[in-house]
Design a protein around this ligand. Structure first.
Ligand SMILES: [Fe+2]
Length: 312
């Protein structure tokens, strides 16, 4: 099966008004809003990247990956027991099948969803540096203060009770490749965290599309969803904007050592973590896997420790 990219995440939330207000401030754009459903997109061209259904409690419902062809859906059914092909009723149409990961997360594979016109990105940030004064004249920042321009759903972090029991599904069924794995100190075979990328052969892909994190409490939950922002300046500006609106910061702005991406994590009104990222490492299938002792991993290259609320 050839997975092309992460496509969207699905949540259930109690108050669509509150969720929509936060998500718009964060940078998502509303595509459809009814009493029962909220569907939002980034500016990158995917018909949608986030959907929420109204329900009694806050719940992560699952995530979807886009595949190359209808035959990928058929092989997911014949080889991995996916549900029958169904038509999607979300914007852009298309078809889908559903797989269940070992923790009960619904993993949809989608195909044929029509894209929309992408928004224009900001002008690339040119920066002067000693010995490399490449930007001439005056710098007029033209970017408005406000929600980030987002370009795609990049990755999803999952809290799982057992890394060992979860990784084989993502490797063998979805064909993902671990980029970096963390093990408990002194026990290289006891692995608890893994960042997995797509297998696109020689094509460059993000360092990870899925982060699997073994929870200390045995919890099964979405840890965070992450959308690509243009660059760190866009992230810093949106950080200030979300701060001005009194949303709850989780952690950021910082830079992860594995994946190298700059991150900024906030909570929505139901305490789901929403992240912006930029400047991620891009890797090929042949770039391999590295295994690290978690005690020796600094989670922020800019030296802030993750606060407890990052894991709770
Ligand atoms: Fe992330």
């Amino acid at each position: 099966m050839r997975i092309k990219s992460p496509h969207h995440v699905r949540f259930q939330v109690p108050d669509l008004n509150k969720t929509e207000a936060f998500a718009q401030d964060f940078g998502l754009l509303t595509v459809e809003r009814t009493e029962q459903r909220l569907v939002m997109r980034t500016g990158g061209g995917d018909a949608f990247a986030y959907s929420a259904e109204k329900g009694a409690e806050n719940k992560f419902l699952g995530l979807a990956f886009e595949v190359e062809s209808k035959s990928d859906l058929e092989s997911a059914i014949s080889e991995h027991g996916a549900s029958p092909i169904r038509e999607l009723t979300t914007p852009g149409g298309g078809i889908a099948v559903t797989l269940l990961d070992p923790n009960g997360f619904e993993i949809d594979l989608v195909y044929g969803i029509e894209r929309v016109n992408p928004e224009e990105a900001y002008k690339h940030l040119e920066m002067n540096a000693p010995g490399q004064y490449t930007r001439e004249g005056r710098f007029y920042p033209k970017r408005p203060m406000g929600p980030a321009k987002l370009f795609r759903l990049g990755h999803v972090g999952l809290f799982i009770p057992s890394f060992a029991e979860t990784l084989p599904f993502y490797k063998e069924v979805l064909g993902l490749i671990p980029s970096d794995i963390y093990h408990v100190p002194g026990m290289p075979h006891v692995q608890i965290v893994g960042f997995c990328r797509l297998d696109r052969g020689e094509e460059l892909v993000d360092h990870h599309v899925i982060a699997l994190m073994q929870s200390q409490t045995g919890e099964t939950a979405c840890h965070h969803i992450s959308f690509e922002a243009q660059d760190f300046e866009a992230q810093f500006m949106t950080h200030r904007y979300l701060e001005s609106k009194d949303y709850e910061l989780v952690w950021g702005v910082g830079r992860h050592p594995h994946g190298s991406h700059i991150f900024d994590v906030w909570r929505d009104p139901d305490r789901n973590r929403f992240e912006t990222f930029s400047d991620t490492d891009r890797m090929k299938a042949s770039d391999g896997t590295q295994v690290h002792n978690i005690a020796e991993v600094d989670m922020d290259a800019w030296r802030s420790d993750p606060p407890d609320r990052y894991f709770e």
